[in-house]
Design a protein around this ligand. Structure first.
Ligand code: SAM
Length: 244
């Protein structure tokens, strides 16, 4: 029996089956989900980035591995590489996928793989992404702390149907409890907060205020068909199905 941050196989099976129902993904037999989880546990033990502070720990990594392996995309575009752990995770989950990984700063990269293409720039800064063969079997992953509504619009424009977000943080009592919220997050988009309301957060001991503005929303609701926040995910890893 596996134990990933206190959760067993049945927990992940239940969560993954909820996800498939929420986001029009093919159903997967519990046995297969358990096999992939056991692969994750074995592979994760040999990870190159052993200290991934600032990036995904074991529990979100398990979900990312599971979703990527079972969805099995032919193409993955990642924004927010940091030390390279999530690129490594996607490569292990999807050995045959083409992977393109973007970060505006690659100086932190500790695990550089020969069969991943890294770019030190925002994914929209030139034509790289628009020249890729993006279709329904492609996956975009955003863990870059950039406006999640903007990322939804950009992913839609690029032709993605399936997107994963990290850090889809909620606003609780007018506050984001993280230092670099991707304002506005999708949880803010689907909340009762109104445009013009002010949301605070603290970064490195300094208080910041974000004013929720319609201009920041890019009509994101129009592009989102379904949306599922993975259970008990402290960084609110979220799977999004975009409209066609
Ligand atoms: C939380 S880290 C990514 C962690 C990584 N996905 C992991 O779990 O190991 C966020 C990264 O986003 C990067 N970033 C900030 N702005 C960006 C942008 N416009 N495009 C791509 N990456 C960006 C930062 O440089 C940082 O490396």
């Amino acid at each position: 029996m596996i134990d990933i941050d206190g959760r067993d196989e049945d927990f992940f099976v239940h969560g993954y089956q909820q996800l498939t129902k929420a986001c029009d993904l093919p159903g997967v037999d519990a046995k297969i989900i358990k096999t992939v989880l056991n692969d994750f546990v074995r592979i994760y033990k040999g990870r190159t980035v052993t200290d991934n502070s600032g990036g995904a720990g074991e529990y979100p990594s398990a979900w990312l591995f599971l979703m990527a392996a079972l969805f099995n995309p032919k193409l993955i575009v990642e924004s927010g590489v940091w030390k390279g752990h999530t690129s490594w995770l996607f490569r292990n989950a999807c050995p045959n996928a083409e992977i393109h990984s973007f970060d505006i700063r690659l100086g932190q990269l500790r695990c550089k793989l020969d069969d991943v293409s890294y770019y030190e720039q925002d994914w929209m800064s030139n034509d790289i992404v628009s020249n890729l063969d993006i279709n329904e079997s492609s996956l975009a992953y955003f863990d870059d702390h950039i406006n999640q509504c903007l990322r939804v619009k950009q992913a839609y424009d690029m032709g993605f149907k399936y997107v994963i977000f990290d850090d889809n943080e909620p606003v609780i009592d007018g506050r984001y409890n993280v230092g670099m919220p991707a304002c506005p997050t999708l949880q803010l988009l689907y909340s009762d907060y109104k445009y013009g309301e002010k949301i605070t957060y603290e970064r490195k001991g300094e208080q910041h205020v974000y004013e929720y503005l319609e201009d920041d929303v890019y009509e994101a609701v129009k592009y989102i068909k379904n949306y599922f926040i993975l259970p008990e995910s402290p960084c609110s890893v979220t799977f999004v199905e975009l409209v066609n």
